[in-house]
Design a protein around this ligand. Structure first.
Ligand code: GLU
Length: 342
């Protein structure tokens, strides 16, 4: 029986970083083929192709690079790959995974992995993460789940995954939806069947600048106003609690909403924005009345990418609320008819 083919591309990140005396620390150096060579037995598991696409710290990835990765991955599945794996820096995985998931229209799994420890560190996690990523990419159970992040033998959906710790190997969490599954003895095991995912239309123009402005104690969000002068085309407010800002910030939200889309997301890192609980000036009810959109379950970083994608696809302003809501709200499930045990 022929082995499944899995295509791996490297983008840089800690998984690829080795020391440089000149730089004063580690820098991206190893490419996909070298990462594959560090995983014993990977070549026996699947027919692996390995290509370097970028050699970057993940802080310097952006829409342009990610759209190039998307085109690369689409080419690989069109050529018969059962799944594709991207290795990159973990700093921005929660954003890159969501960005790619907005556009990934294929049943084949697109897996992102990386490492928290450099390849030369004791207990380097890169090889184990790459092995697990390939095991997930080649398994039929992974089909139809969009973009998945595999780190530390845990599988996360792009929709929920967040980096929760600056240096710990156990950094990725999915605070609201929970992890999709685990890799157990080399095999992915999923907690739930795949769910329908909304998809964004492909960009028809350059990705716009979308600002994330936090609500902060004693601050009226003047930065949100300045953002407009800097050419930002939409604003996400990383609001207090369930979607709250100060009186002064609320007045800015009203003025700004007349000009650009303004989305209110929670800065807490978990939970949804409310919609009908608080009525004070600057509350979620008040901000919605002033013209802002409430992001519901979408956290600020992901709301920013979605707004950017909607604008990049040329979505008319009046259609943005409905388009945005497809990601912010959770699908309602039809009740399961329980079959009696005979
Ligand atoms: N901790 C990051 C990593 O795991 C630093 C570098 C980056 O994100 O590229 O890769």
């Amino acid at each position: 029986m022929s082995r499944p083919s899995v295509a791996i591309a490297s983008l840089g990140g800690t998984i690829s970083m080795t020391p440089s005396a000149a730089a004063g620390g580690v820098v991206p150096k190893l490419d996909a083929a070298q990462l594959v060579a560090a995983v014993p037995g990977l070549g026996e598991l699947a027919d692996i192709s390995a290509e370097p696409i970028f050699q970057l710290p993940s802080a310097s990835l952006g829409p342009e690079q990610l759209l190039a990765c998307l085109a690369w991955a689409e080419g690989k599945v069109a050529g018969g790959a059962r799944g594709v794996v991207l290795t990159q820096g973990t700093d921005t995985i929660e954003e890159t995974a969501f960005f790619l998931d907005l556009y990934w229209r294929h049943p084949e799994p697109l897996i992102i992995t990386g490492a928290m420890r450099t390849p030369l560190a004791a207990g380097a996690d890169g090889p184990a993460n790459l092995l697990a990523a390939v095991q997930v990419a080649m398994d039929d159970q992974s089909r139809g789940r969009g973009v998945l992040v595999v780190m530390n033998d845990t599988i996360h959906r792009a929709r929920w995954v967040c980096k929760s710790d600056s240096l710990s190997v156990q950094t990725f969490v999915s605070p609201d939806g929970g992890p999709a599954g685990r890799v157990v003895e080399g095999q992915p095991e999923y907690f739930h069947p795949p769910v329908d995912r909304p998809l964004a239309s492909p960009p028809t123009r350059r990705f716009p600048k979308v600002a994330v402005v936090p609500a902060l104690l004693g601050d009226d969000g003047d930065l949100a106003v300045a953002a407009l002068d800097l050419g930002y085309e939409a604003i996400v407010v990383a609001a207090f609690g369930a979607g709250h800002v100060s009186f002064g910030f609320a007045a800015h939200v009203e003025r700004l909403s007349k000009v650009v889309p303004v989305v209110i997301a929670s800065r807490t890192g978990a939970g949804a924005t409310a919609s009908r609980t608080y009525g004070f000036s600057g509350s979620e009810v008040d901000l919605a009345r002033r013209g802002a959109l409430l992001s519901k379950w979408l956290h600020p970083l992901k709301a920013r990418l979605l707004l950017g994608a909607l604008l990049a696809a040329g979505t008319p302003r009046e259609q943005i609320p409905d388009a945005f809501a497809k990601w912010g709200t959770l699908p309602r499930h039809s009740p399961i008819q329980q079959q009696p045990v005979p």
